[in-house]
Design a protein around this ligand. Structure first.
Ligand code: ATP
Length: 443
């Protein structure tokens, strides 16, 4: 078994080579903790986000969507406790000058890098990113980039409830950028300073909150195992034993990344903390409480949250899909050659179908077919290089189906579809192709 650093080096190299993910501002030496998604990466990211949105919002009657601003009124972050408490305890090594998170050290008195017993006393570093709104750069105009996407959901709760005519229990979901001044960005995109979250806050009565917690626990587990197709033994639940003072239950869904078990999502019972905090700071009680007609009572909704990182899911999918095996080749003197292949589930594959004319002479009918296909699937057209090379290129970005248009196609109106995983080839008529692909991709 190769070591995890070597494996991650391969993933990082592939991601850059094939246009998944690479360092932001590379020509200036990069900027630590910031990553750009190239053409294939953005296709993967959007596919996962859309899959999440469909599963969490569009397919449900009791979850509404939101797209709020990144910068909110600074009081939002006072009320949420982020300005006072959203900090990591850090300690510096006075010998090698490296900085570490105390909660991630086995022994906070010894430097994990150089072994010196010369650590500074722990200090708190706030993770909020600060900026200024308007022409004057002083404290009065200070504002913060959101550190999580859920706070605007709490603030907009009542407006959304009225507009959508929802009654408790119901949820509000949003996806979008969050920013944290992480002290030690690392493990590729796993810990970034700018990242995308996908969060859903479910508002309910306290008496039913445990039932909803169990429900969302199950739903979110199913998202990874059934929708994204991750094997159960690569996922696990980590129950929090130290809970926030307001929380009743909390768990992380963890994935076995090459660098170990790590959190991809949190499911949290947040009690009435969020809504009561915003009531106290905004003095707008009526926007934070709910009148329950059936119970004939007014109360702060209890919140059950599902919170995951889109970048962590994309990284998980790439690591999970990566494989090296052998495939038939036409290279001289060889029957088989090594190939790198990403076994993405067809539903989230960045490119679902590649159309490959066998010869440049077939470009016209092949392009016609490609134009038809691209309206229904994420598709790519490739005419350059031998067919073997083109298969290898598609394998590396995880394209599940390659459609080859050959000279026979002109007569029999059929194409050869090559399956990435089984490496089998099947003749399918052009008339049936879209439905054939649809059946395989929606499976
Ligand atoms: P960690 O303990 O790993 O710092 P957290 O418990 O602070 O994470 P939450 O505040 O619960 O994370 O955020 C919810 C989700 O947002 C996480 O499960 C993760 O997927 C994602 N996330 C949080 N911080 C980052 C980051 N720095 N880079 C990428 N994704 C992140």
């Amino acid at each position: 078994m190769e070591n995890s650093d070597d494996f991650m080096a391969k993933i990082v190299a592939l991601c850059k080579r094939r246009g998944f993910i690479f360092q932001s501002s590379e020509m200036y030496g990069g900027i630590n903790g910031f990553w750009d998604y190239g053409p294939i990466g953005v296709a993967l990211k959007r596919a996962v986000e859309q899959t999440w949105w469909k599963y969490m919002v569009e397919d449900r009657d009791n979850v509404e969507g939101l797209d709020s601003t990144i910068i909110c009124h600074p009081m939002v972050w006072q009320a949420s406790g982020h300005l006072a408490n959203f900090a990591d305890e850090m300690t510096d090594c006075t010998v090698c000058k490296k900085r570490f998170r105390v909660d991630q050290m086995d022994d906070p008195t010894t430097c994990p890098a150089c072994g010196a017993k010369a650590m500074t006393p722990p200090r708190n570093f706030n993770l909020m990113m600060k900026t200024f709104v308007g022409p004057v750069f002083d404290e009065e105009h200070a504002a913060y980039l959101r550190a999580e996407t859920c706070q605007p959901i709490f603030v907009d709760f009542n407006t959304i409830r009225i507009a959508s005519r929802q009654k408790l229990p119901f949820g509000i979901a949003q996806t979008g950028k969050s920013f944290r001044n992480e002290i030690n960005p690392r493990n590729f995109t796993f810990r970034s300073r700018e990242f995308t979250q996908m969060e859903m806050e479910f508002f309910c009565h306290e008496d039913e909150s445990m039932k909803w917690f169990d429900y969302w626990h199950e739903q979110r587990w199913n998202f990874y195992t059934k929708i994204l197709g991750i094997a159960e033994d690569k996922l696990r639940i980590h129950w929090h034993d130290k809970l926030a003072h307001y929380a009743k239950k909390a768990l992380d869904i963890e994935f076995l990344y090459p660098f170990g078990w790590n959190e991809v999502e949190g499911v949290h019972h947040r009690g009435t903390w969020d809504m009561s905090q915003h009531a106290a700071y905004s003095k707008q009680e009526q926007d934070c409480r709910y009148f329950d007609q059936e119970r004939n009572a007014t109360y702060y909704p209890t919140v059950v949250e599902s919170s995951c990182g889109l970048d962590r899911i994309c990284l998980l999918l790439i690591c999970n899909a990566y494989d090296e095996d052998t495939a038939a080749t036409q290279k001289e003197g060889m029957d088989e050659d090594a190939r790198v292949v990403l076994h993405f589930a067809p539903r989230i594959a960045p490119v679902q179908v590649a159309v490959l004319p066998l010869s440049k002479k077939l470009e016209e009918p092949a392009t016609d077919l490609f134009r038809k296909i691209r309206g229904s699937f994420r598709a790519q057209y490739d005419v350059t290089g031998s067919i073997g090379k083109r298969y290898r290129r598609q394998d590396e970005i995880g394209t599940p189906f390659c459609v080859t248009f050959d000279f026979d196609s002109l007569n029999d109106n059929a194409v050869t579809v090559r399956d990435r995983d089984a490496m089998t080839q099947e003749r399918v008529t052009v008339a049936e192709l879209a439905q054939w692909l649809r059946n395989k991709i929606d499976k």
